[in-house]
Structure formats: C-alpha cells, structure tokens
Design a protein around this ligand. Structure first.
Ligand code: FEO
Ligand code: CA
Ligand code: CA
Ligand code: CA
Length: 669
C-alpha cells in the first residue's frame, strides 16, 4: 500500500494558511482552543523583560530573534558554558547517517514511505477485538458493538512483549489511545445541533483505549492482530476507574453518583502516554474540557474560576453529550470535570485491571507521561500541558523501583513530588516543587491542601512563576544520551518570547533539549538549549542544531516522538506544514556530525495526524497510528478514502511498517 502510489488518489490541497488549524480538528481535538483567548492570565514574568536585560547588547529582538541568538551566541555568557542555548555546527566523525533517502512533502492520500519500506494495515476503527463483536458495518453501528471493536482516532501506541519481561519483538500486546471522535465522519448526515442518543453513546464507547494481541511471522513482514485473544480489551468513556493519590476522596472530586470521590466512569481525550519500567501503560487525558457544558450555571465562585482556568464551555458543548448524560452538565454536576485531566495507569497484562487515575501527577491537559529512573531508582515521569502558554512538569516518586516486586511498583505513582519547570534566559532551569505550604501555595492564596494543588495544578504553576511554553506536547528522555527532549508544537498567539520559547509568533513549533544536572532525572535543576526551530529551512528563523539547512526536510508542529536504539529522535507532526503538505514522520540524529539532520521518512493521508510512532525493541518494526484521516471533510464530502481506497469512507487505523528491501532490516539504519 505504501509505495504503490495510485495517481488517481492524489488530492492537491491548497497551501495551508500559516497559523490556522483545520477547523474540524481544532473543534473535536481541543475544543477550538486556538480560536479563543489563551487561558493563562497569570502575571508570570514574560521573557520580554528578560531578553531585553540579557540580550540587549546583541539587539536580539531587533535583529530578528533567532538568527541573532545563533550568530551572537559567542558573546553570551551561556555560550561560554559547555551547554549553550544554541550552538554552531561542529563536524564530528562519530555521527552515523540514517540509511534512507528522505521523501518529498506531498498531498498523497496514502501512507507514503521512504524507498525500501512497506506497510500494511494492522487494525482500524471498528475492527472486532472482543468476543461477540460483529464485523464493522458503518451503517449499523451501536454503542454495544463499539465497546467491543477498536475505537476511533488512535493516537499513542505502546508495545508490551509476551511473555512479560521478555524482549520479544514478534508477539506482544499493542496499546492504542483513542483520543477523540469526529462525528461528521462517523455518521451519515450528522446533525451537530441534534445528535441522537445512539450517536453520543457510540462516541463515548469509541473513546479510551484498546489492548490487542499482535504477532509477526519469524521471517519478518507486517504484524497482524489476533481478534479473540483473552488479553484483548477495550477501555472506554464509561469503564469503571479508581482515583488514587493525594486528591482521591477530596470533596471537590465528589459527585452525586460518587460520594466517595474515588470512583470515576471512563477516561476522555487520551492523547499520548508512556510505558512504566514494570510494564504498564500511562495515558494522559488531554482536552477534557470540551465534553462539559454550562459553566455559566456554576454558582460556587471558586469552582467556576478553577474551571475557567481550564477553559470549560460557558454554555452548551459542541458535542452535546450533556443532553443525555447529566454528569457532563455543570449545572447538575459541577465537580465532574475535576475527575478528568489525569494520567491513567493500566496494566495490559491483566485483563481485569481497574484503571487508576493518579492524582499525584497533577491535573492538566496532559499530552503524555513518559518515565525514566533516577540515579537512586525512583521513578521520574515527564508530562506536558498542551495549551498555549501552559507549563511542563516532572513527577518524582517517593518510593524506589524494585525490579523484582511488581506489586510494590504498581503503587509507586501514588506518592511523590510534582514539579513544574521554570526556565531562565541563561540556559538554566529549575524544577519547582508544587508542595502545599511551601512558597505561595497556601490557604491564603486559595490552596487549602495538597489535594487542591493537585486538582488546580495550573493555578499552582501560575503562583510559583512557571515558564509559559508554546504548547508542550511529548517530553521524553533519550535512552542513549540521557537528555530530555521537549516538543513544543506551535503558538501563533505569542507576542513576546519566554525563556526557551524564542520565536514570536511560533507557527511551526520547536524542540528543546534539556540536560538534568548530573544527568540525573531526580535533579531539581537542569540546563536547556534549543535543538530545533521548525519550519521551512529557507526561513532564517529556523534552526536545526546547526546542521546545514539545505539538507534538511521542512517540518512543522512536532507532536509525538520516539527514539531508536541509536538515539535518533523520530518526530511525528500534527499541524500546519511549511510546505502545505501532509503530516509526516521525521527522523533526526542527535549526536555527531549528523546531529540536526531532519529527514522525512513517511507521510500520512490527507487530513491525518501522524501518531504513535512506535518501534519494537529490535527496531525492525515501526507502527504509525494514522489519526483522523479525512478530517476537514464529512461523510457526504470525504476528502480521504484511506485506508480502504475507492469510494470508501476514511477510517483511523494503525499501520505496521517493515523494511521490504534487501539488506539490514533495521528501520532507518
Ligand atoms: Fe492531542 Fe497535544 O495533541
Ligand atoms: Ca492527536
Ligand atoms: Ca499529541
Ligand atoms: Ca497535537
């Protein structure tokens, strides 16, 4: 499918206007956040003053920002350190080249791969995975069927080898997030003013996640899924879950259906995630606000203010679930939204596991949650809050990881310290603990307890002066060089720089590279520098770790990421591309003379976002979750026919990629 491009399936899109998203994607993905005022009105110091103070001698702003920062870096005190905010290109013979020829940006309605690779659909929306589930029938959907079929809009992917604790790259459990739904692509003649109860309930069941057994033949080729494995499971918007950690049981988490404040039904808008060292998945509830309605009816002023900080709709919601389910109506259940916006842990090896919402990790619009161990074997979890001018966080457990004691490990994320990042203009940064009673986090400032700090994490970040970022998406530690990479997808509303966010505005996003002090993820301070400033390489405001720009693929809106065994970063995009082409998957070395050499490996169909990406342990299989193909169209006027082709309607699907050409089967090597 991948390399056999059918010219009849080409769809030319007009060049996208920079800074304006796809309306449908914005609407259902994040509740049209970019068309509204950013919610962060805190008075945290902006970078304007800092930049003027630190860089006035180099006229940073007047000379066009980034160019001046790069060229003038030699004069900067930070440049004198071994970890300057940006650096020139330094040839280094240790850099290994990626072994594929980058593809050109395009608008092909298919998955397009570098030469020598092939792909096959592994699983798509509606495919049966549980006993009794019927084959997908677009015109005969039901909530009960959807609860046993693969959900909609696959995003984050993870692979759990079988047996547990093995390094098997041939058989294992695939986890997929189902972030949100596109009703205009799921139902014929969808009337957004009058969705039916069935349409609402099908969508609730299409959210959540899936666990499905997948297997690859010993001789290679694609993975296939096993429809009836006992491991196969659907988690949906109604699956019973448990709240744990410091906020569990707090009055603000109690509702009329749950007077304990400890039991929730379902998870919503799970975007990215992470895998724990003990083999569970963490999945982040992101744009949960859009599912709730009628903030105007909330009478408790504090509750209303806290909901405002998370931009809950004042009147009816776009999805209108509140018409059929009281819990989505703030007039009836003002506390229900406090039970969303968490990181959820699920054990894929235990089909009866009750998912746990960990309040210790804070309540924000979590993109993902990626883990690593500290020097003293505690667990650090990095997580971003994806909205313009929001913060990024690190959680460090109180207890230590014990490789021999899984039961103990399953309790680790209940206790620990949540930190928020504050960056300085000199290339240093601090992790500020959000601890009740410390600094401004006191009752006098509206926080009566640690539970409240966890529930209104954004408000706590405001008080401690965290740095306002350009939409923090995935944050991960590179297992080879130990550095932390932060994808900042874009921010067209930025009018003044903040430390680590130098471009004004920032339509194509950037990537930061952090080094924890002592290379210890348990550290409370770090140094940061710019790794990439995305966009058209011909644009002087772009930067690719100093790599010669004429050799770099244009890239915009970095979102998900993964690393291969060489420490190369694989960046998936979601949003406007500088060329107007489809979203893609880019690989880029992080060390040596190839550092910064961004190369386009794959593109996804029209309207789709590149999600996953996931490499098996042997790096011989790659999965891309193709999310919302055809977004921007409708059932009546589809803009994509992927993956089934012909006149079919688009379906989100996961595709399994392998190297089909002779030679080393390792992806990209
Ligand atoms: Fe769902 Fe932050 O992307
Ligand atoms: Ca997404
Ligand atoms: Ca994302
Ligand atoms: Ca995104």
């Amino acid at each position: 499918m991948a390399s056999n491009l059918d010219p009849h399936r080409r769809i030319e899109l007009p060049l996208l206007q920079v800074g304006r998203g796809n309306h449908k994607s914005c609407r259902w993905g994040c509740g049209d956040a970019c068309s509204k005022e950013p919610p962060n009105r805190s008075g945290n110091e902006t970078y304007a003053a800092v930049v003027e103070r630190a860089l006035s001698r180099r006229s940073f702003l007047a000379a066009g920002g980034v160019g001046a920062l790069v060229l003038g870096a030699a004069a900067s005190p930070a440049e004198a350190s071994e970890y300057p905010p940006v650096g020139p290109y330094r040839p280094n013979p240790t850099g290994r080249r990626l072994a594929f020829t980058p593809i050109e940006p395009n608008n092909v309605d298919d998955v397009v791969l570098a030469e020598g690779y092939d792909d096959r659909i592994l699983i798509a929306w509606g495919d049966p995975i549980r006993p009794g589930a019927p084959e997908f029938d677009f015109d005969a959907q039901s909530p009960a069927d959807q609860a046993r079929q693969f959900g909609y809009n696959n995003d984050y992917l993870a692979f759990f080898p079988l047996p547990w604790w093995s390094a098997n790259s041939f058989i294992g459990l695939l986890w997929a997030n189902h972030e949100y739904t596109n009703p205009e692509l799921m139902f014929r003649n969808y009337d957004e003013d009058n969705p039916t109860r069935d349409q609402v309930d099908i969508q609730i069941q299409a959210h959540g996640g899936s666990i499905v057994l997948i297997q690859r033949g010993k001789r290679g080729g694609p993975f296939r899924h096993r429809p009836l494995s006992r491991y196969n499971r659907r988690i949906t918007g109604t699956t019973p879950m448990r709240l744990d950690g410091p906020a569990a049981g707090d009055d603000l988490l109690k509702t009329s259906r749950d007077p304990s404040g400890r039991r929730v039904r379902g998870m919503l808008n799970n975007c990215a995630g992470g895998v724990t060292p003990w083999g569970t998945v963490l999945t982040g509830e992101e744009n949960f606000h859009q599912y709730f309605a009628n903030l105007d009816a909330v009478t408790d002023e504090r509750v209303r203010a806290w909901h405002e900080r998370y931009v809950l709709p004042e009147g009816e919601s776009d999805r209108k679930w509140e018409r059929y389910h009281d819990r989505f109506d703030l007039a009836k259940e003002p506390n229900e939204p406090f039970r969303f916006g968490w990181v959820v842990e699920i054990d894929p090896y235990d089909p009866d596991f009750t998912p746990r919402k960990h309040t210790a990790l804070g309540r924000v619009k979590h993109e993902g949650a990626t883990t690593t161990l500290t020097r003293d074997k505690r667990v650090a979890v990095y997580t971003g809050d994806d909205e313009r001018f929001e913060y990024f966080y690190k959680f460090v457990t109180k207890g230590r990881y014990r490789w021999w004691d899984r039961k103990h490990n399953l309790g680790l994320l209940e206790k620990g310290t949540l930190y928020v990042a504050k960056l300085s203009d000199d290339g240093t940064g601090k992790w500020i603990p959000l601890r009740h009673g410390r600094g401004p986090l006191t009752a006098a400032n509206g926080f009566a307890s640690q539970a409240e700090v966890q529930i209104n994490t954004r408000g706590a970040g405001d008080l401690v002066g965290a740095t306002k970022m350009d939409r923090p998406e995935d944050i991960q530690r590179n297992p080879v060089n130990g550095r932390i990479y932060v994808n900042l997808t874009n921010n067209t509303a930025r009018t003044a720089p903040d430390p680590g966010n130098p471009r004004v505005p920032n339509p194509f996003g950037h990537v930061l590279e952090l080094r924890e002090d002592g290379d210890d993820p348990g550290a409370t301070s770090f140094r940061w520098r710019i790794f990439l400033l995305c966009g058209d390489p011909a644009d002087p405001d772009t930067y690719f770790a100093g790599y010669p720009k004429e050799l770099v693929s244009p890239i915009g809106s970095p979102d998900n990421m993964t690393f291969d065994n060489e420490g190369n970063i694989w960046l998936a995009t979601d949003g406007t591309q500088p060329t107007g082409g489809n979203n893609g998957l880019f690989a880029c070395p992080t060390k040596g003379s190839e550092r910064g050499h961004v190369q386009l490996f794959a593109t996804v169909p029209v309207g789709a976002e590149t999600c996953g990406p996931l490499l098996t342990r042997d790096n011989r299989s790659l999965f891309i979750a193709v999310q919302h193909p055809g977004e921007g169209g409708t059932v009546e006027e589809p803009t994509s026919h992927w993956p089934d082709g012909g006149d079919s309607l688009p379906r989100p699907a996961v595709t399994s990629i392998w190297r089909s050409a002779e030679g080393d089967p390792t992806i990209g090597q």
